[in-house]
Design a protein around this ligand. Sequence first.
Ligand code: HEM
Ligand code: HEM
Length: 195
Amino acid sequence: MSEQIKHARLTRMIHMGLALAVTLQMLGSLLIEIFEDTQTGKDILLYHQYIGLVAFVLILLFWLIVMIRNIGTDPALLFPWVAKARRAMIWAELKTHYATLKSRQIPSFDPHSPLAPAVHGLGLLLILAMAGSGTIYYFINTGDPDAGGLVGVVMFIHTTLANLVWVYLFAHAGFAVLHHYLKDMDLREMWSLKK
Ligand code: HEM
Ligand code: HEM
């Protein structure tokens, strides 16, 4: 097993809360659709709004932690896009992974990979936009998500980004579970409340 990054307990706690909240939101959104125009659908939408507001607070805390913590991933690794050398490293890693996949093998987990933290950084941006658009909706809505004007714009952003959140959730959690079972990494490191 490769040597895994030990994330600080606060990072792990916020990650856990956010991962659970986002997963609940995504599954809940399916129920909202199934029970559309019924009292159950309205009740689930109410829970969706409250859990969404919690997710918004958690993502703000995650950003704050990333900016001020001493232990954990360097912010330059989470947001490498402005540095040409870092972009080149990510591109090189993508090409290596493509070659590995072409030879019908699974790319191994590398704790020093520049690609993984870059994707995590995109995840932080995505969830900020998702929970942020929902929160703006909460404060400006008139009770109808299908209303036009600013409510319409905010809901358009929210529902469009929902597709990317599915991709992120499946890819990020999927790779984590896959590498856990391949014994490349231990999920219990990130999902632990121990010091
Ligand atoms: C959509 C919800 C989620 C978001 C926004 C999210 C976001 C993140 C971020 C930003 C990091 C990097 C933390 C850092 O470097 O400080 C991370 C790491 C990690 N996440 Fe998630 N995550 C989510 C869901 C999940 C789920 C459901 C799992 C497991 C099944 C998971 C497993 C992990 C693991 C194992 C790491 C550590 C990876 C490493 O050390 O390289 N995440 N996640
Ligand atoms: C990270 C947090 C959140 C996630 C992952 C999330 C996810 C989703 C998803 C997947 C949908 C369904 C999109 C579609 O119809 O294709 C949705 C719809 C919606 N969300 Fe969120 N949401 C979050 C936060 C919020 C917040 C904070 C609010 C408001 C307080 C909110 C209010 C709504 C509303 C009003 C709808 C439309 C429901 C309908 O179809 O009538 N969401 N959300």
